[in-house]
Design a protein around this ligand. Structure first.
Ligand SMILES: [Zn+2]
Length: 401
């Protein structure tokens, strides 16, 4: 059994499709939002022949990197599906238009009437006033990792919601960390409906774009002995093993980064490196919200392991049979259901105040001696492709996305 996704978690955002972005321009969306937020000050709409003005504006608030989510009041017997809790502009009164970040647009109804989607960071306590959200109205702010694990990966719409939330979080966190111009130190102000920034110093005016931090993630393969190299970091939950990964240094190709990171962390030499697929990863640390995981198969030229204990807790070669047992599909489904129920309880306010930032938590009567990350992570697909589909080749499920 292998789980084939249409796209990785956080990819295939329905608001970023080519037809979606053609429907409404950021400036037309911003103009429509301004008139909704403050109808009295609305100027006559400018002529924009190329783009229609959206008929609806929907706003997704975030608090401390967590989107506002809701879950049905009376969940069915199966795991309840969460959804993003979009608010109308009337629920965020008095917020300056510049605080909103444009996420994209989507056709509504017969496809003629478009809706524009926005995100906003409402901060803590003294933050922006948003009516609703965590006030017993069936919605609350939920950690994106919890939502990630709670999402049914076979549900295309649910995966679309997760991708939208991930994109929004990455953009909002970028706004939080890119407050000043790196060239002159003056304040950076949002432009293009929050999709860019520009230095406020008239003599500088440097344009500032959201950055993406690429991370190489590799499954190192010993072809002769039919084994792969997996590692553990001290922050991992017990029994979890995963692929090696690391940042790319200036002046280095991705293939070189794969070889250098593998050598530095485990002492294993890598020869051939084959690209597999890539995954946006907005659930890293707040200071690095726009990571892109770039996945590779890497063939080992040497086998002796020397673990860099600064970076890793352990690294070991694992046989194909052990890896197959570590692909604990029943446990992935259980973790998904458990987290979906957790989100449901949070939205009902049942577990307010408790820390529920659950990663994959696999508690069963007879736990497998090891497991690998669930299908929301590219590591899972690198490992399962090798274990279940034989020799690595470009997987058809990802190659053309
Ligand atoms: Zn500047």
């Amino acid at each position: 059994m292998a789980i084939h996704l249409r796209a990785h978690a956080f990819a295939a955002n329905p608001l970023r499709g080519l037809s979606a972005s053609a429907a409404v321009s950021p400036s037309a969306a911003a103009e429509a939002l301004r008139s909704l937020l403050d109808p009295g000050s609305a100027s006559a709409p400018s002529a924009d022949a190329a783009h229609s003005h959206p008929h609806l504006s929907k706003i997704l608030p975030f608090r401390r990197g967590r989107p506002l989510a809701r879950s049905p009041d009376h969940p069915p017997a199966a795991a309840p599906a969460w959804s993003l809790a979009w608010l109308p502009p009337s629920r965020v009164p008095g917020v300056p238009p510049d605080a909103f970040v444009f996420l994209g647009a989507h056709g509504e109804g017969d496809g003629k009437e478009a809706a524009a989607y926005w995100a906003i960071d409402v901060g803590e306590g003294e933050g922006l006033r948003v009516s609703g959200g965590g006030d017993g109205d069936g919605s609350t702010y939920v950690d994106l990792r919890t939502l990630m694990v709670a999402t049914d990966w076979s549900d295309k719409d649910a995966m679309g919601e997760l991708a939208i939330a991930g994109h929004a979080r990455a953009l909002l966190e970028w706004h939080n960390t890119a407050k000043f111009c790196g060239a002159c130190g003056a304040r950076a102000v949002p432009t293009e409906a929050g999709r860019r920034k520009q230095c406020s110093n008239e003599s500088c005016k440097k344009r500032i774009y959201p950055r993406v931090d690429p991370v190489v993630i590799m499954l190192v393969i010993d072809k002769e002995n039919d084994c792969v190299l997996l590692s553990r970091q001290s922050r991992f939950v017990p029994r979890m093993w995963s692929c090696l990964a690391g940042f790319i240094e200036p002046g280095e190709s991705m293939e070189e980064a794969v070889r250098r990171e593998t050598w530095e962390e485990t002492g294993v030499e890598v020869g051939q490196v084959i690209y597999h697929s890539s995954q946006p990863w907005p659930v890293g640390p707040n200071t690095m919200p726009c990571q892109l995981m770039v996945g590779f198969f890497a063939y080992a030229k040497s086998l002796e392991i020397r673990v860099d204990k600064q970076e890793l807790e352990d690294a070991q070669w694992h046989s194909r049979e052990d890896i197959k047992k570590a692909l604990t599909f029943a446990e992935y489904e259980k973790a998904q259901r458990t987290n979906a129920l957790k989100v449901n309880q949070m939205c009902k306010g049942a577990e307010k105040g408790q820390s529920l930032s659950a990663d994959l938590n696999v508690e069963t009567g007879e736990p497998a001696p090891m497991f690998v990350p669930g299908p929301f992570a590219i590591a899972h697909h690198l490992i399962s492709s090798w274990a279940l589909e034989g020799a690595p080749k470009l997987p058809s499920s990802f190659s053309n996305l």
